[in-house]
Design a protein around this ligand. Structure first.
Ligand code: NAD
Length: 484
């Protein structure tokens, strides 16, 4: 493992920043992002070895050491949010700058840390049993392009809180900001605690390096956040995996809904980071009795309605075919994914305006925007006979991912029927999807929502093994002393 000197590291970081700001790819002579620049490694082997050493060092620092390490990640996520959010936006070229910045600030404040590390006790006639939550060791994390650094920071806070260390194979299109964030986190932790590489990162990530990480003997647990291909790969791995997989969240609006509130909520959730969030509203089923009124409410709330012809034009531009044979399916086209609503409006032949957040239009059930996770700020609205038809269609459009669903209604029976049928991890009533992550609703935040494997919104406890410690017949101090 080579260890570059301080000037090497500074030069590399300058180069990464220059690449990001100019948009120009690195010169051919560019070294791999850096070997061992505070967590940045050229090979999976080196990254795992460093993470193992860091794990052993972290064990010696107790819960207070974990808390301090996490405090550095939180501080940098908040203090450097504008710079790092700007880098992420410039590198990935998707989403919205204001939300890239906000995601970093919010995670710094709201992702759970060591305070979630509780133990359970059974106290009875035969003494005590204490269930404690132990770390696994080195965890492999795969992260998406939609929130490259936020997912890494959020995973790291959760995983370090429970005493683990992590090796990240980031999405290749978000790897530079990932490396810069990881370098800053590790450097700050090193200055404070003298430990480096609590977060290690594969500098030039590929599908091969992901596979190598999945199968590495030093890796004890896998955590992936991404779409169908990586979710499948992790589920097929021989290691235990926590899988935060894809979603396609449907919305139902019934005749009892507060339509203006529903419209504001749908815009807030679906426009967030240009609809890149896996929980973001992706298609809307509205009962016929209030369909026209709901479309008017969306316009009042600031969204731009497209005509039928404009919806057709946008559909042809925005959704494309990929794959061969039985794998052939429709996906969002790359040049509109995560782009601004005004660009989508132009692509549809309409005129957007400064500050436009969302475009929408009436579609048939068979329009590809309904089944495809479009990840762009256009929403199809489908007219339904009644609330039960809307719920049924919502169910079909969610594909059984069991990720997120939303309803706007004041009919608790309709809410209950929808909750039971869709069986999703997050079910939001009368608010934006983001309320399901504690943003305007109750609860805590994570950018990894484990769906097929069932852990839900991840916390430090997600990344732990249970250990039981039993003391027979003593230390239950309740009751009277036994009479001789
Ligand atoms: P993506 O699936 O293209 O990539 C995600 C990561 O997986 C990347 O690092 C990629 O390099 C890697 N990857 C892809 N195929 C792989 C394979 N066969 N083996 C190993 N690694 C592989 O997804 P994306 O475009 O980066 O992110 C958007 C997707 O992620 C959406 O489907 C969204 O719903 C989902 N997502 C889910 C959550 C959640 O918490 N459940 C959070 C964010 C994003």
């Amino acid at each position: 493992m080579s260890t570059p000197t301080a000037p090497d590291i500074a030069a590399i970081v300058r180069q990464v920043i220059a690449e990001i700001t100019t948009g120009q790819p690195a010169a051919a002579a560019r070294p791999a992002i850096a070997a061992n620049a505070h967590g940045i490694f050229g090979s999976v082997n080196d990254a795992v070895a460093a993470a193992q050493t860091a794990f052993e060092q972290l064990e010696g620092l107790g819960v207070e050491g974990r808390r301090r390490a996490i405090a550095q990640i939180r501080r940098i996520a908040i203090e450097d949010a504008e710079e790092l959010g700007g880098m992420e936006f410039a590198e990935t070229k998707i989403g919205r700058l204001d939300h890239k910045i906000e995601k970093l600030k919010v995670l710094g404040e709201k992702v759970p840390g060591v305070e979630f590390m509780t133990s359970e006790v059974f106290s009875g006639d035969h003494g005590l049993a204490v269930i404690e939550h132990a770390p696994f060791g080195v965890i492999a994390a795969i992260t998406p392009v939609t929130h490259s650094l936020p997912t890494i920071a959020c995973n790291a806070i959760n995983m370090i809180a429970s005493g683990n260390t992590v090796v990240v194979n980031p999405h290749p299109s978000g790897r530079k900001v990932a490396a810069e964030g990881v370098r800053r986190f590790n450097a700050a932790i090193h200055r404070d605690l003298g430990i480096d590489n609590l977060i290690s990162l594969v500098a030039e990530p590929t599908l091969e390096s992901a596979a190598e990480l999945f199968n590495h003997r030093g890796v004890k647990l896998i955590c992936v956040t991404g779409g169908p291909a990586v979710a499948r790969a992790a589920l097929q791995s021989s290691r235990r995996a926590i899988v935060a997989g894809p979603g396609n969240p449907p919305v139902v609006v019934d005749a009892t809904a507060d339509l203006d509130r529903a419209a504001r909520s749908i815009i807030q959730g679906a426009a967030y980071d240009n609809n890149l969030l896996c929980i973001g509203e992706k298609q809307v089923f509205v009962v016929d009795a209030v369909f026209d009124a709901m479309m008017a409410a969306m316009e009042r709330a600031g969204a731009l309605r497209l005509s039928a012809g404009q919806v057709d034009t946008l559909t042809d531009r925005a959704i494309v075919w990929t794959g061969e044979g039985s794998h052939r399916h429709q996906v969002p086209c790359k040049d509109l994914l995560g782009k601004d609503a005004s660009l989508l409006a132009r692509a549809a032949g309409a005129t957007g305006h400064e500050g436009l957040e969302l475009v929408f239009g009436e579609t048939d059930l068979d329009n590809p925007f309904v089944p495809v996770e479009q990840m762009m700020p256009f929403l199809p609205f489908v007219r339904c006979r009644d609330v039960d038809q809307a719920i049924q269609r919502a169910h079909e459009s969610e594909h059984g991912f069991r990720h997120t669903a939303i309803i706007h209604s004041s009919d608790v029976r309709a809410m209950t029927r929808m909750g039971r049928l869709l069986d999703t991890t997050l079910f939001v009533k009368n608010g934006p999807s983001v309320a399901g992550l504690g943003l305007g609703g109750e609860g805590y935040l994570s950018f990894s929502i484990a769906t097929p494997t069932g852990e839900g919104v991840t916390t430090p406890l997600t990344f732990t093994r249970q250990r039981r410690c039993t003391l027979v017949d003593d230390l239950r101090i309740l009751g009277s002393p036994a009479v001789a």
